[in-house]
Design a binder for this molecule. Sequence first.
Ligand SMILES: Nc1ncnc2c1ncn2[C@@H]1O[C@H](COP(=O)(O)OP(=O)(O)O)[C@@H](O)[C@H]1O
Ligand SMILES: [Mg+2]
Length: 463
Amino acid sequence: MTRDIDRGTRSVQALISMTLYNIVPTLVELALVLAVLGVKFGLFFIWITLGALALYICFTVAVTEWRTKFRRTMNEFAAVAQTRAIDSLLNYETVKYFNNEEFEARRYDASLDHYRKAAVKSQRTLSMLTIGQQVLVTGSLVLMLWHTTSGVVEGRMTLGDLVMVNAFMIQLYIPLNLLGVVYREMKQSLTDVDKMFILLDEKREVLDAPGAQALTGSDFTVRFEDVSFDYEPARPILKHVSFEIPAGKTVAVVGPSGSGKSTLARLLYRFYDVRQGRITIGGQDIREVTQSSVRRAIGIVPQDTVLFNDTIEYNIAYGRPGATREEVEAAARAARIHDFIMATPKGYETTVGERGLKLSGGEKQRAAIARTLLKNPPIVIFDEATSALDSANERAIQSELKNAAQGKTTLVIAHRLSTVVDAHEILVLESGVIVERGTHAQLLVKQGRYAQMWQLQKIEDSE
Ligand SMILES: Nc1ncnc2c1ncn2[C@@H]1O[C@H](COP(=O)(O)OP(=O)(O)O)[C@@H](O)[C@H]1O
Ligand SMILES: [Mg+2]
């Protein structure tokens, strides 16, 4: 995609400068030279030149049309090779873990080989085009020169005329060749621009309803009403899920991995639209209000945090651009990451590396929590937000999270049950169905799935 955008923008620039500085002046030049030759030495020159020009144009257009596909193949192979290189560089750790440098190198080599073959073919057809063009241009020049020379021999023209025609022919030769190059470049540029515009036309999966208004009111009760959802029709993920998070209360969702917990968060954030049922905030269907107002009201600490390749301060302040240093530090303190930051040599100026790879999983998670605390939205979602922390840190941060969730509508997705005992309601989700619901105490009494999970985790924790 970045390549398409890059090529596209450069091509727009090339198109403008070529039409403005090449095509128009060249045509003017051609017309002037032709006029002078025609007026001074007769129509023969005009006919020869126009005939050659017509042949030249037909030939160039036909051959360029034909060889565009070779260039396109070449571009595609170049993109494949680049994608492979980037992918293996991004995943360098995995490549090393499996000692697969050789394998990656071979794969890259293979795609470069495809590229080379396509490039050679493209270059070969280009040479054919150039040869044909040269033959046409030179042929017409020879004709003109022959006509002038015989004129001199027959005494119709002077030697001076011959020199003049020769000089003018050079004036013709350069712009004619230029036209061919410019046409080819424009054709390529148009292909590249086309690709960019295809990107612009890409449809968005989730659209604001026409005339959608912003979310209003100060009631942030979240309701899932009979929600069903699938990423692809063959595999339903959520089946008739209904629950309510009263404003300012906390609902927890627990269940095995893959049961659809994170999907709940994605639906509430409206990354996708529900297939059936509806989700409301304060009684307003989130499909009928603007996405930006919904997203402003919600803060997510996602399961997998990725950070920007910038300073830690930048990454935390990202929660609310324009926040002061004091506010950033307060959020960092609340997320228990301030001390860690101060212990690094550069403090808040420490850069975190691409996607945050210079931080440990737990540090990234705490940075993400700080970021969300700074955003301070009325609805918060913690999606296994403390799963990468050790028990001691998790307990420490738990009280902060509880503080942060104070008075906020909170959806907690957790795999460690000890973190959800205080929830207003706990839902046990299995294969997209809520199989049990109630408070911690109620669920323990029930002796069902939750009680089982609780027993298991207690044993694990005591080990
Ligand atoms: N973008 C996606 N396209 C297709 N399937 C997906 C996508 N995201 C998640 N899934 C599938 O949906 C199921 C539920 O995922 P998720 O909600 O992330 O589970 P979890 O309960 O572990 O958070 C998983 O089986 C996963 O494979
Ligand atoms: Mg998940």
